[in-house]
Design a protein around this ligand. Sequence first.
Ligand SMILES: [Zn+2]
Length: 356
Amino acid sequence: MNTITRRRLIKTFCALPLAASLPRIGNAQGTPDFSQLKAGYAQRLKKILATGKLPYIDIESSCNASRVDVGAIAQSMDRLNIGLMALSADIGKDQFSKGIRFDNLSERLLASYPDRFIPVGNGGQPPALTGAPNEFLDAQEVAARKKQMMLLGEFEFRHYPSSRQVKRGELDRDVRVPIDGPVAHRVFSLSETMGMPFQIHYEVEDELLAPLERMLEGYPKARVIWCHLAQVRYIERASHYTPAYVDSLVRRFPNLYFDTAFGDASSIYPLSSQRHARVWTAFGGLKDEWRDLIVAYPGRFLSALDLGQDRLDRIAEYDQRHRDFLKRLPTEPQHQVAYRSAWSLLFGEDFGRGSN
Ligand SMILES: [Zn+2]
């Protein structure tokens, strides 16, 4: 952005009291008006850009809806210049045992902060996705068809216990929901029919790649975000997953995206004792081959923090880590990955063009 444009933007935003300029969101049915949301999002992103800072869209974070301190997150987003966040609710054991299959956290977030939260479905994980998959998917689909969300939450088809869960001795998040089974067919089909993106957590193992490719072939219009680019917990299980392999996926599947929520160079997965964020060199640099891939197709890679309820209070640390990755990209791809890719995915147009 040139200086004149930046000055003009600053002037515009200083002249408008924020409250007066924010769109009113929603209607009597609790369904958000996407065009009003989009206007507020664009305004917020442009406001941050006008200060010379880089905003980004966190496409993948989650929380426990009954414990999350929304005001604290909103304040942190302002302090850290985080543009937007798709903060999804995970349905915990308590809610699940009460029969809850859809949590309306997004509606509550938009009621307070319509210019920074993206309405998103719930996390597809145990117990909901494994204990009552059809009820869970029914509820997500009803909300999706009522346009209560812009994307579906992260579905865990293959999930090893996370590093933090291992440390807490919680090994029950060892999830296997076949990527070519009935649950997956329903999710891919829903995404294809509605044009709505969804996220998958899918550990990298050689034997898991072919079934995913078959699903992508079978549902070419499904919009899939494969979370955690190059996060490989056991290298001996994943000899086929290389930058060249991801390059081939990107070329074969135009609706496949990757988010960039991964650990730093020193992060070790405790069950394998391996440095699982494979984009980094041993000395903490971004490997040339991964950087070249992202630079070649920046529109297919998305910013993400992957916050969860157990680490929401570490948002500054996660922000710092993510920015440490972004700053290693050239300026144009940096802006593309930070917010433009998500914008195109959600709104089907380039940021700064069309009606925004
Ligand atoms: Zn994940």
